[in-house]
Design a protein around this ligand. Sequence first.
Ligand code: TMP
Length: 235
Amino acid sequence: MSCFITFEGPDGSGKTTQIQALYDDLVGEGYPVLLVREPGGTDIGDQIRAVLHDVKNVDMMPNAEVLLYSASRAQLVGQVIRPALETGKVVLCDRYAESTMAYQGYGYNLDQELLKAITTFATGGLRPDLIVYLDIDVEEGLRRKEIGFRRGKGEWNRMDQKELDFHQRVRSAYLRMAAAEPERWFVVDATHPIVSIQDSIRKRVKRLLGEKGIGRTVRSHGRLGEEGGTNEAHR
Ligand code: TMP
């Protein structure tokens, strides 16, 4: 039995902080967990990430962007995520296919059906059991991200430079996707205190793990790199 959980949100929603907190909690409780991120998470994917996020690459075509994000995803799914799921791990992924639907699909208004086909090709049809979505007003999110970046936290990448309308389309797309599949999406208000967000995500995830019959396998008390937890996300 395995479980695949992804985190999504507009830029600056705090999802990276939250996914790390969930990872630490689950490892601490002895669950076999793997944490990865997109784009990247493999050596090849990290090289693709560098091209995608280089602020100099302002000329990148939207279809080239889709294919690069999808190439990074194909590598991550094939090389890391599927093998981990096959050994019964709980896989946490910071962004996944829904980012492509929201950012490229709705941000650029591309053909949704075509994007779904490309995504299915890249992932072999692997979909998350649960998508944790941290919702935030896009101006507030970008403001938070910029403040964090100035303080030496996180990166300011090519996508952050897109106009406000682009980011607003991304957020509406997320909200629409979440409303269409409420059993798969867990929507959290990212303006709530960090600890209460952490608590509600933990409860939702523990419920899912219980439903899937996934138990603790390791008597670890959770430092990164110990048996049971593997953090590939922020190498
Ligand atoms: P992050 O690592 O701070 O979440 O930044 C990743 C950026 O890449 C973010 O702006 C969203 C963007 N992105 C896409 O546009 N499409 C995708 O498919 C993925 C995975 C990310």
